[in-house]
Design a protein around this ligand. Structure first.
Ligand SMILES: C[S@@+](CC[C@H](N)C(=O)[O-])C[C@H]1O[C@@H](n2cnc3c(N)ncnc32)[C@H](O)[C@@H]1O
Length: 264
């Protein structure tokens, strides 16, 4: 089993549906931010006779992408990982949970049952290729549901408001291609406003679905402590290698007395 520990950061190959996985990766820590990028609610594709379609013809076909028989099965999956994850969240912590349209209601329902309060939605729109006139269209691609432990206080007129959207290309910083091209990679510039708003330097950021390690890498770059789980050996290894690289880049920059110029 892949396990990476660098400074206070940890990424373990483990199943995020098991309480024991969180006990191992969190130790005695609590997370200020639970940032979760779970598998989306994609259903098994069937032909007219009810047989599962050949994965070769599926639009999204990748071993890292899991498909569910029904939305109910997705709800049960959500409940299994969310309950132990929320148990790690501090009394004033927040949860940011990514989803597609079909997964929105199951996640809202399970989060509400687990005692979280919905604070709003963050939208990620992706830019397409430029047309003849140079114009680019942005397509709403994914959303993150934001939750707190308590209702969001009414903002005063002078208050800054939380980030609500981000528009970008898919792999703006080139990190997806650098780290084996995970099909659901999230760029740093997308994660940055969320991590900055919902956690502070020194806080623990917990990611139960590490993939290629984007959340952990962003957490380290922003001075947070990263704790993450990933079930697949390949992605646990990639996440671990990326964690080591970003910590080394951070330390080298600190030794030089300036910020790192590029993401690891
Ligand atoms: C949506 S992707 C995360 C992508 C990630 N944000 C990135 O930027 O690379 C979900 C990941 O969760 C992993 N996963 C699925 N089920 C899991 C489970 N029960 N426990 C831990 N990881 C799981 C998958 O292998 C996949 O890598």
């Amino acid at each position: 089993m892949e396990r990476t520990e660098v400074a206070a950061h940890r990424i373990y190959q483990a199943d995020s549906r098991l309480r024991s996985s969180y006990q191992a990766v969190m130790g005695a820590c609590e997370a200020t931010l639970l940032h979760a990028d779970p598998p989306y609610c994609l259903l098994v594709r069937r032909n007219k006779k009810g047989r599962a379609r050949s994965p070769k013809r599926a639009k999204i076909d990748n071993a890292s992408v899991r498909r569910f028989e029904t939305v109910g099965e997705y709800s049960r999956f959500t409940e299994r990982w969310m309950r132990p994850a929320v148990a790690c969240l501090s009394a004033d912590g927040h949860a940011v949970i990514w989803t597609n349209l079909l997964g929105r209601d199951p996640i809202l329902e399970v989060a509400t049952r687990e005692g979280l309060v919905h604070h709003g939605t963050f939208l990620w729109a992706k830019l397409g290729k430029a047309g003849n006139s140079g114009e680019k269209l942005a397509r709403l691609y994914e959303v993150a549901l934001i939750f707190g432990r308590h209702p969001r206080p009414e903002p005063a007129p002078e208050d800054r408001l939380p980030p609500r959207h981000f528009v970008s290309g898919y792999d703006v910083e080139g990190a997806a291609s650098q780290w084996e091209g995970h099909p659901n990679h999230k760029p740093f510039s997308l994660l940055e406003p969320l991590l900055r708003w919902y956690s502070a330097p020194g806080d623990v950021v917990l990611e139960p679905f590490s993939g290629s390690g984007s959340t952990a890498a962003a957490a380290v770059r922003l001075g947070r402590t990263a704790r993450a789980l990933e079930i697949r050996a390949q992605w646990a290894r990639v996440s671990g290698e990326r964690l080591q690289a970003v910590v080394a880049a951070q330390q080298a920059a600190e030794n030089r007395g300036r910020s790192p110029s590029s993401e690891a």
